[in-house]
Design a protein around this ligand. Structure first.
Ligand SMILES: Cc1cc2nc3c(=O)[nH]c(=O)nc-3n(C[C@H](O)[C@H](O)[C@H](O)COP(=O)(O)OP(=O)(O)OC[C@H]3O[C@@H](n4cnc5c(N)ncnc54)[C@H](O)[C@@H]3O)c2cc1C
Length: 354
Protein backbone atom coordinates (compact mmCIF):
# COMPACT_ATOMS: atom_id res chain seq x y z
CA UNK A 1 0.00 0.00 0.00
CA UNK A 2 1.38 3.49 -0.80
CA UNK A 3 2.18 5.68 2.21
CA UNK A 4 0.56 9.08 2.92
CA UNK A 5 1.52 12.25 1.02
CA UNK A 6 1.87 14.18 4.26
CA UNK A 7 2.21 13.48 7.98
CA UNK A 8 0.75 16.02 10.43
CA UNK A 9 1.78 15.85 14.09
CA UNK A 10 -0.76 17.45 16.41
CA UNK A 11 -4.49 17.96 15.95
CA UNK A 12 -4.79 21.42 17.50
CA UNK A 13 -5.35 24.63 15.55
CA UNK A 14 -2.27 24.45 13.31
CA UNK A 15 -2.43 20.72 12.65
CA UNK A 16 -6.16 20.54 11.95
CA UNK A 17 -5.92 23.46 9.54
CA UNK A 18 -2.89 21.99 7.74
CA UNK A 19 -4.56 18.58 7.45
CA UNK A 20 -7.89 20.02 6.24
CA UNK A 21 -6.13 22.16 3.63
CA UNK A 22 -4.04 19.18 2.45
CA UNK A 23 -7.18 17.03 2.15
CA UNK A 24 -8.83 19.83 0.19
CA UNK A 25 -5.85 19.72 -2.20
CA UNK A 26 -6.48 16.02 -2.68
CA UNK A 27 -3.67 14.64 -0.53
CA UNK A 28 -3.64 11.51 1.57
CA UNK A 29 -2.81 12.74 5.08
CA UNK A 30 -1.82 10.86 8.21
CA UNK A 31 -2.71 12.86 11.35
CA UNK A 32 -1.19 11.81 14.67
CA UNK A 33 -2.47 13.26 17.94
CA UNK A 34 -0.73 12.56 21.23
CA UNK A 35 -3.73 13.42 23.40
CA UNK A 36 -7.03 11.62 23.80
CA UNK A 37 -9.05 14.22 21.86
CA UNK A 38 -8.59 16.56 18.91
CA UNK A 39 -8.49 20.34 19.35
CA UNK A 40 -5.38 20.90 21.50
CA UNK A 41 -5.33 24.18 23.40
CA UNK A 42 -7.57 25.67 20.74
CA UNK A 43 -10.45 23.57 22.15
CA UNK A 44 -9.93 25.25 25.56
CA UNK A 45 -9.51 28.74 24.14
CA UNK A 46 -11.74 31.76 23.84
CA UNK A 47 -11.76 31.26 20.07
CA UNK A 48 -10.72 34.84 19.28
CA UNK A 49 -8.79 34.71 16.00
CA UNK A 50 -7.49 38.20 15.35
CA UNK A 51 -4.91 40.58 13.96
CA UNK A 52 -4.03 44.15 14.74
CA UNK A 53 -6.06 46.57 12.65
CA UNK A 54 -2.97 48.55 11.69
CA UNK A 55 0.32 47.16 10.48
CA UNK A 56 2.28 49.82 12.40
CA UNK A 57 0.49 48.82 15.58
CA UNK A 58 1.35 45.13 15.01
CA UNK A 59 5.02 46.06 14.66
CA UNK A 60 4.89 48.32 17.71
CA UNK A 61 3.16 45.66 19.84
CA UNK A 62 5.45 42.79 18.77
CA UNK A 63 8.70 44.60 17.89
CA UNK A 64 10.95 41.55 18.15
CA UNK A 65 8.97 39.39 15.73
CA UNK A 66 10.03 38.66 12.14
CA UNK A 67 8.37 41.40 10.02
CA UNK A 68 8.12 39.13 6.96
CA UNK A 69 6.17 36.45 8.84
CA UNK A 70 4.06 39.04 10.63
CA UNK A 71 3.16 40.67 7.31
CA UNK A 72 1.89 37.33 6.00
CA UNK A 73 -0.40 36.87 9.01
CA UNK A 74 -1.56 40.47 8.69
CA UNK A 75 -2.37 40.18 4.97
CA UNK A 76 -3.81 36.67 4.81
CA UNK A 77 -5.84 36.29 7.98
CA UNK A 78 -9.12 37.67 6.65
CA UNK A 79 -9.16 35.27 3.67
CA UNK A 80 -8.19 32.36 5.94
CA UNK A 81 -11.07 33.18 8.27
CA UNK A 82 -13.47 33.28 5.31
CA UNK A 83 -12.19 29.80 4.36
CA UNK A 84 -12.87 28.51 7.88
CA UNK A 85 -16.39 29.87 7.72
CA UNK A 86 -16.91 28.10 4.38
CA UNK A 87 -15.81 24.87 6.04
CA UNK A 88 -18.57 25.37 8.61
CA UNK A 89 -16.77 26.92 11.59
CA UNK A 90 -19.47 28.55 13.75
CA UNK A 91 -18.97 32.29 14.33
CA UNK A 92 -19.91 33.56 17.79
CA UNK A 93 -19.00 37.20 17.12
CA UNK A 94 -17.73 39.29 14.22
CA UNK A 95 -15.61 41.55 16.39
CA UNK A 96 -13.10 40.98 19.16
CA UNK A 97 -14.26 43.57 21.70
CA UNK A 98 -10.82 45.22 21.45
CA UNK A 99 -10.63 48.40 19.33
CA UNK A 100 -7.00 47.64 18.43
CA UNK A 101 -7.83 44.36 16.72
CA UNK A 102 -10.15 42.82 14.15
CA UNK A 103 -11.13 39.21 13.64
CA UNK A 104 -13.75 36.63 14.55
CA UNK A 105 -14.72 34.81 17.68
CA UNK A 106 -15.27 31.18 16.68
CA UNK A 107 -16.84 28.43 18.75
CA UNK A 108 -13.86 26.14 19.56
CA UNK A 109 -15.96 22.95 19.79
CA UNK A 110 -17.71 23.68 16.50
CA UNK A 111 -14.44 24.66 14.82
CA UNK A 112 -12.83 21.40 15.92
CA UNK A 113 -15.81 19.44 14.63
CA UNK A 114 -15.84 21.27 11.28
CA UNK A 115 -12.13 20.65 10.67
CA UNK A 116 -12.19 17.03 11.87
CA UNK A 117 -15.13 16.45 9.52
CA UNK A 118 -12.96 17.53 6.56
CA UNK A 119 -10.02 15.37 7.60
CA UNK A 120 -11.55 12.02 8.46
CA UNK A 121 -9.38 9.76 10.56
CA UNK A 122 -7.17 11.18 13.30
CA UNK A 123 -5.03 8.71 15.22
CA UNK A 124 -5.64 9.66 18.84
CA UNK A 125 -3.16 8.67 21.53
CA UNK A 126 -0.36 8.39 18.94
CA UNK A 127 2.54 10.81 19.26
CA UNK A 128 5.04 11.49 16.51
CA UNK A 129 8.27 10.13 18.02
CA UNK A 130 10.65 10.51 15.07
CA UNK A 131 10.65 12.43 11.83
CA UNK A 132 9.79 10.42 8.74
CA UNK A 133 12.45 10.51 6.02
CA UNK A 134 10.42 9.78 2.90
CA UNK A 135 7.39 12.04 3.36
CA UNK A 136 7.00 15.71 4.36
CA UNK A 137 5.82 16.43 7.88
CA UNK A 138 4.01 19.36 9.48
CA UNK A 139 4.95 19.83 13.13
CA UNK A 140 2.01 21.32 15.02
CA UNK A 141 2.66 19.95 18.50
CA UNK A 142 1.85 23.20 20.33
CA UNK A 143 5.22 24.39 21.65
CA UNK A 144 6.57 23.50 25.10
CA UNK A 145 4.35 25.13 27.76
CA UNK A 146 3.68 21.76 29.43
CA UNK A 147 7.33 20.72 29.71
CA UNK A 148 8.83 21.70 33.06
CA UNK A 149 12.39 21.05 31.96
CA UNK A 150 12.18 23.28 28.86
CA UNK A 151 10.30 25.99 30.76
CA UNK A 152 13.02 25.88 33.41
CA UNK A 153 15.74 26.10 30.78
CA UNK A 154 14.22 28.94 28.76
CA UNK A 155 11.73 30.85 30.89
CA UNK A 156 11.97 30.76 34.68
CA UNK A 157 13.78 29.03 37.56
CA UNK A 158 10.32 28.68 39.14
CA UNK A 159 8.98 26.44 36.36
CA UNK A 160 7.73 23.85 38.86
CA UNK A 161 5.37 26.41 40.43
CA UNK A 162 3.61 27.51 37.23
CA UNK A 163 0.06 26.45 36.47
CA UNK A 164 -0.12 24.81 33.04
CA UNK A 165 -2.99 26.76 31.51
CA UNK A 166 -3.15 24.92 28.20
CA UNK A 167 -3.35 21.37 26.91
CA UNK A 168 -1.16 18.96 28.95
CA UNK A 169 0.49 17.29 25.95
CA UNK A 170 2.56 20.11 24.41
CA UNK A 171 5.96 19.19 25.80
CA UNK A 172 8.27 20.45 23.06
CA UNK A 173 8.22 17.32 20.88
CA UNK A 174 8.24 19.31 17.64
CA UNK A 175 11.17 21.40 18.81
CA UNK A 176 13.29 18.46 19.91
CA UNK A 177 12.63 16.47 16.74
CA UNK A 178 13.37 19.33 14.38
CA UNK A 179 16.49 20.60 16.16
CA UNK A 180 17.95 17.15 15.52
CA UNK A 181 17.32 17.86 11.81
CA UNK A 182 19.35 21.08 11.92
CA UNK A 183 16.61 23.65 12.48
CA UNK A 184 17.30 26.88 14.39
CA UNK A 185 15.50 28.44 17.34
CA UNK A 186 14.05 31.95 17.13
CA UNK A 187 14.41 34.74 19.64
CA UNK A 188 11.75 35.09 22.32
CA UNK A 189 12.38 31.62 23.78
CA UNK A 190 11.87 33.15 27.23
CA UNK A 191 8.46 34.61 26.35
CA UNK A 192 5.00 33.16 26.81
CA UNK A 193 1.38 34.25 26.82
CA UNK A 194 -0.64 33.35 29.85
CA UNK A 195 -2.71 34.70 32.70
CA UNK A 196 -2.19 35.00 36.40
CA UNK A 197 -4.45 32.44 38.05
CA UNK A 198 -5.81 31.92 41.58
CA UNK A 199 -2.96 30.57 43.76
CA UNK A 200 -3.04 27.17 45.49
CA UNK A 201 -4.95 25.62 47.12
CA UNK A 202 -7.32 26.79 44.33
CA UNK A 203 -8.76 23.99 42.20
CA UNK A 204 -8.38 24.72 38.49
CA UNK A 205 -9.88 22.40 35.88
CA UNK A 206 -9.18 22.89 32.14
CA UNK A 207 -12.78 24.04 31.66
CA UNK A 208 -12.07 26.88 34.14
CA UNK A 209 -8.92 28.23 32.46
CA UNK A 210 -10.75 31.20 31.00
CA UNK A 211 -13.18 32.00 33.82
CA UNK A 212 -10.47 31.87 36.52
CA UNK A 213 -8.03 34.18 34.68
CA UNK A 214 -7.19 37.16 36.91
CA UNK A 215 -6.76 39.86 34.29
CA UNK A 216 -7.19 43.10 36.23
CA UNK A 217 -3.58 43.99 37.11
CA UNK A 218 -4.13 47.49 35.76
CA UNK A 219 -6.78 48.05 38.48
CA UNK A 220 -4.64 46.68 41.32
CA UNK A 221 -1.35 47.23 43.09
CA UNK A 222 0.73 44.19 42.11
CA UNK A 223 3.51 43.08 44.49
CA UNK A 224 5.73 40.05 44.96
CA UNK A 225 6.54 38.22 48.22
CA UNK A 226 9.20 40.81 49.06
CA UNK A 227 6.85 43.71 48.49
CA UNK A 228 8.44 44.74 45.15
CA UNK A 229 5.88 46.57 43.02
CA UNK A 230 5.11 45.88 39.36
CA UNK A 231 3.15 48.12 37.04
CA UNK A 232 1.59 46.33 34.08
CA UNK A 233 2.08 48.22 30.82
CA UNK A 234 0.41 46.06 28.13
CA UNK A 235 -3.29 45.87 27.27
CA UNK A 236 -3.07 42.07 27.23
CA UNK A 237 -1.29 41.87 30.63
CA UNK A 238 1.17 39.46 29.01
CA UNK A 239 3.93 41.36 30.81
CA UNK A 240 2.50 40.82 34.27
CA UNK A 241 2.10 37.04 33.77
CA UNK A 242 5.72 36.85 32.58
CA UNK A 243 6.95 39.03 35.47
CA UNK A 244 5.05 36.91 38.00
CA UNK A 245 6.57 33.73 36.57
CA UNK A 246 10.02 35.06 37.50
CA UNK A 247 9.17 36.10 41.08
CA UNK A 248 9.72 33.83 44.11
CA UNK A 249 7.40 30.79 43.80
CA UNK A 250 5.94 32.44 40.67
CA UNK A 251 3.51 34.29 42.97
CA UNK A 252 2.11 37.81 43.15
CA UNK A 253 -0.50 39.56 45.27
CA UNK A 254 -3.12 41.86 43.73
CA UNK A 255 -4.18 44.60 46.17
CA UNK A 256 -7.56 45.72 44.89
CA UNK A 257 -9.19 48.88 46.27
CA UNK A 258 -12.97 48.68 46.75
CA UNK A 259 -13.38 51.40 44.12
CA UNK A 260 -11.90 49.03 41.47
CA UNK A 261 -14.26 46.10 42.09
CA UNK A 262 -16.87 47.59 39.76
CA UNK A 263 -14.41 48.25 36.90
CA UNK A 264 -14.83 46.21 33.72
CA UNK A 265 -12.17 44.35 31.77
CA UNK A 266 -13.84 43.49 28.48
CA UNK A 267 -16.94 41.50 29.48
CA UNK A 268 -16.11 40.86 33.14
CA UNK A 269 -16.13 43.01 36.26
CA UNK A 270 -13.05 42.98 38.50
CA UNK A 271 -15.19 41.93 41.49
CA UNK A 272 -16.47 38.95 39.50
CA UNK A 273 -12.91 37.74 38.82
CA UNK A 274 -11.97 38.19 42.49
CA UNK A 275 -15.04 36.17 43.55
CA UNK A 276 -14.14 33.42 41.05
CA UNK A 277 -10.68 33.18 42.68
CA UNK A 278 -12.22 33.00 46.14
CA UNK A 279 -14.76 30.36 45.09
CA UNK A 280 -11.97 28.23 43.57
CA UNK A 281 -10.23 28.21 46.98
CA UNK A 282 -7.41 30.76 46.45
CA UNK A 283 -6.17 32.87 49.38
CA UNK A 284 -8.30 36.05 49.21
CA UNK A 285 -8.18 38.37 52.24
CA UNK A 286 -9.28 41.78 53.42
CA UNK A 287 -6.27 43.87 54.46
CA UNK A 288 -6.11 47.61 55.25
CA UNK A 289 -9.43 48.27 53.54
CA UNK A 290 -8.46 46.41 50.32
CA UNK A 291 -9.07 42.94 48.93
CA UNK A 292 -5.82 41.02 48.46
CA UNK A 293 -5.77 38.10 46.00
CA UNK A 294 -2.81 35.72 45.79
CA UNK A 295 -2.09 34.64 42.21
CA UNK A 296 0.30 32.27 40.49
CA UNK A 297 1.52 32.64 36.93
CA UNK A 298 -0.28 30.42 34.41
CA UNK A 299 1.51 29.49 31.17
CA UNK A 300 -0.68 29.05 28.10
CA UNK A 301 1.48 29.28 24.98
CA UNK A 302 5.21 29.62 24.43
CA UNK A 303 6.15 32.30 21.89
CA UNK A 304 9.67 31.26 20.88
CA UNK A 305 10.17 28.16 18.78
CA UNK A 306 11.51 26.83 15.51
CA UNK A 307 12.73 29.31 12.95
CA UNK A 308 10.70 29.06 9.75
CA UNK A 309 10.74 30.74 6.35
CA UNK A 310 7.77 32.30 4.56
CA UNK A 311 6.71 28.80 3.40
CA UNK A 312 6.61 27.59 7.05
CA UNK A 313 9.65 25.43 6.34
CA UNK A 314 11.90 24.73 9.35
CA UNK A 315 14.24 22.09 7.84
CA UNK A 316 14.39 19.82 4.82
CA UNK A 317 10.92 18.31 4.41
CA UNK A 318 9.84 19.65 7.81
CA UNK A 319 7.30 22.45 8.30
CA UNK A 320 6.41 24.03 11.66
CA UNK A 321 3.25 25.92 12.52
CA UNK A 322 1.37 27.32 15.51
CA UNK A 323 3.33 27.44 18.74
CA UNK A 324 6.01 25.13 17.29
CA UNK A 325 7.06 28.06 15.09
CA UNK A 326 8.51 31.04 16.91
CA UNK A 327 9.27 34.62 16.10
CA UNK A 328 5.87 36.05 15.24
CA UNK A 329 4.56 37.40 18.55
CA UNK A 330 8.00 38.09 19.99
CA UNK A 331 8.22 41.15 22.20
CA UNK A 332 4.47 41.24 22.85
CA UNK A 333 1.27 39.39 22.05
CA UNK A 334 -0.52 38.60 18.81
CA UNK A 335 -3.15 35.88 18.31
CA UNK A 336 -1.49 32.48 18.06
CA UNK A 337 -4.72 31.03 16.70
CA UNK A 338 -4.32 33.48 13.82
CA UNK A 339 -0.73 32.52 13.02
CA UNK A 340 -1.57 28.81 13.37
CA UNK A 341 -4.43 29.28 10.89
CA UNK A 342 -2.50 31.27 8.30
CA UNK A 343 0.68 29.18 8.44
CA UNK A 344 -1.21 25.89 8.79
CA UNK A 345 -2.65 26.54 5.33
CA UNK A 346 0.70 27.68 3.95
CA UNK A 347 2.53 24.63 5.36
CA UNK A 348 0.13 22.21 3.66
CA UNK A 349 0.43 24.03 0.34
CA UNK A 350 4.25 24.24 0.51
CA UNK A 351 4.71 20.63 1.63
CA UNK A 352 2.60 19.28 -1.21
CA UNK A 353 4.20 21.49 -3.84
CA UNK A 354 7.72 20.19 -3.12
C1 LIG B 1 -7.78 29.10 28.04
C2 LIG B 1 -7.15 29.51 26.74
C3 LIG B 1 -7.62 30.64 26.06
C4 LIG B 1 -7.02 31.02 24.85
N1 LIG B 1 -7.58 32.03 24.14
C5 LIG B 1 -7.03 32.37 22.94
C6 LIG B 1 -7.65 33.33 22.10
O1 LIG B 1 -8.78 33.78 22.36
N2 LIG B 1 -7.00 33.71 20.94
C7 LIG B 1 -5.80 33.16 20.57
O2 LIG B 1 -5.27 33.52 19.53
N3 LIG B 1 -5.23 32.19 21.32
C8 LIG B 1 -5.82 31.78 22.48
N4 LIG B 1 -5.27 30.77 23.20
C9 LIG B 1 -3.99 30.17 22.72
C10 LIG B 1 -4.24 29.20 21.57
O3 LIG B 1 -5.30 28.32 21.89
C11 LIG B 1 -2.98 28.39 21.27
O4 LIG B 1 -1.87 29.24 21.21
C12 LIG B 1 -3.16 27.65 19.94
O5 LIG B 1 -4.16 26.68 20.10
C13 LIG B 1 -1.85 27.05 19.47
O6 LIG B 1 -2.12 26.23 18.35
P1 LIG B 1 -1.20 24.98 18.04
O7 LIG B 1 -1.77 24.28 16.87
O8 LIG B 1 0.19 25.43 18.02
O9 LIG B 1 -1.34 24.09 19.37
P2 LIG B 1 -2.58 23.34 20.01
O10 LIG B 1 -3.86 23.91 19.55
O11 LIG B 1 -2.36 23.30 21.48
O12 LIG B 1 -2.39 21.85 19.47
C14 LIG B 1 -1.21 21.10 19.68
C15 LIG B 1 -1.57 19.63 19.63
O13 LIG B 1 -0.40 18.83 19.43
C16 LIG B 1 -0.53 17.63 20.18
N5 LIG B 1 0.80 17.02 20.35
C17 LIG B 1 1.81 17.36 21.19
N6 LIG B 1 2.90 16.59 20.97
C18 LIG B 1 2.58 15.73 19.95
C19 LIG B 1 3.28 14.70 19.25
N7 LIG B 1 4.56 14.40 19.53
N8 LIG B 1 2.64 14.03 18.26
C20 LIG B 1 1.35 14.32 17.94
N9 LIG B 1 0.63 15.27 18.59
C21 LIG B 1 1.24 16.01 19.56
C22 LIG B 1 -1.18 18.12 21.47
O14 LIG B 1 -1.79 17.05 22.16
C23 LIG B 1 -2.20 19.14 20.92
O15 LIG B 1 -3.45 18.53 20.64
C24 LIG B 1 -5.89 30.31 24.36
C25 LIG B 1 -5.46 29.16 25.01
C26 LIG B 1 -6.09 28.75 26.19
C27 LIG B 1 -5.65 27.49 26.85
Amino acid sequence: MPGPDLVVAGAGMGGLVAAARARELGADVLVLEKGDRPGGSMRLSGGFVWRYRDWERFRAECPDGDPELQRIVFERLDAALAWLEELGAPVLARETGNPLTSGLRLDPAGLTEALVGRIGEIRLGEALRELPHDVPVVLATGGFHADEELVLRHITPHAGELVVRGNPWSTGDGLRLCLDRGARLTGGMDEFWGRNMPAPPARIEPGDFRSLGQSYAKHARVVNADGALYESVTWSEIDVAQWTARQPRARAWYHVPDSALGEWVRDRAVGEMVEAARAAGAPVERRDGETVVEVVSGITTTLGGLGTDTCARAADGVYAVGADAGGISAGGWASTLASALVFGRIAAESALEN
